[in-house]
Structures are given as structure tokens and as C-alpha cells.
Design a protein around this ligand. Structure first.
Ligand code: FES
Length: 136
């Protein structure tokens, strides 16, 4: 049976520069996010892939978690680690999946995440670069 690719990605940093070893909190966070997204229902579970990655340059605010999807804004959150953060990320995942361009104002994001946002990268930047490369 062909595997269906998921349209949205949540990526968790699993490396810690100060130790150079696998980041156990990051791996735990991946398992917690997978469980929370699955518990949120089949629509969300079928839309999101949760995986790990190396450093996302947020080392002073671990754990770091990124959201991305094609033609949508990307987000990087830091200081993620508590059970309440997992609930807020799941709530944000639902919002992110529903929003066509992925853009959100601070007031629209879950309260716990408002000061944990480290970057929001509009999709237009990525689209512009892709368009430029096609013209060359
Ligand atoms: S090691 Fe996690 S963001 Fe750098």
C-alpha cells in the first residue's frame, strides 16, 4: 500500500551543541507530540509528520520546535518542554492546518506560545526564491 505523505511538518531539535550527544528531551518531545496529535483526531494525525533534526540555532532556548508546510509561513518556537507546551503546540497545529497561508498574529496563537516564538518566516520569501531560480 502506498504511503500517503503528510502535508505539514513539526520538527524538533534532538541535538545539543553543549554535549554533542543525542538530546533525550528532544526525543521525548517527539513521542509526546506524536501522541498528542494522534489524540487530537484523525484529521490532525493525517496532516502532520513529527520528526527530529539537528540544531536549529536556538540552543539557548531548548527545546526548539519548528512548523512548516508548503506555501505556508514557517515558525520556530523555543523554551518548549512542559506538558502544557505540548497542549499549546497541538492547539497551534490545528490552527496552522486550517490557515491557508499559515500566517498568524500573536493574539491568535495559544497564550503559552506567544513569548516562545523565535521566528516566523512568511511563505512569500520561499516562493520568491523558487520563482527566481526558475527564471535563471
Ligand atoms: S542544539 Fe537545539 S537548537 Fe541548537
Amino acid at each position: 500500500m502506498a504511503q500517503v505523505s503528510k502535508s505539514h511538518r513539526v520538527v524538533v531539535c534532538t541535538t545539543c551543541r553543549h554535549t554533542g550527544e543525542i538530546c533525550q528531551p528532544g526525543l521525548t518531545l517527539i513521542a509526546q507530540l506524536n501522541a498528542a496529535i494522534a489524540a487530537a483526531g484523525p484529521t490532525l494525525e493525517q496532516s502532520f509528520e513529527v520528526s527530529g533534526t539537528t540544531c536549529m540555532a536556538g540552543c539557548n532556548r531548548p527545546c526548539t520546535v519548528a512548523f512548516s508546510a508548503s506555501a505556508k509561513a514557517s515558525y520556530l518556537f523555543g523554551d518548549i518542554g512542559t506538558e502544557a507546551d505540548i497542549d499549546s503546540l497541538t492547539e497551534f497545529a490545528r490552527f496552522y492546518a486550517d490557515r491557508a497561508d499559515g500566517m498568524s498574529r500573536m493574539a491568535e496563537r495559544p497564550a503559552r506560545l506567544r513569548h516562545k516564538l523565535m521566528a516566523r518566516i512568511p511563505a512569500s520569501l520561499v516562493v520568491t526564491e523558487a520563482a527566481e531560480s526558475l527564471l535563471q
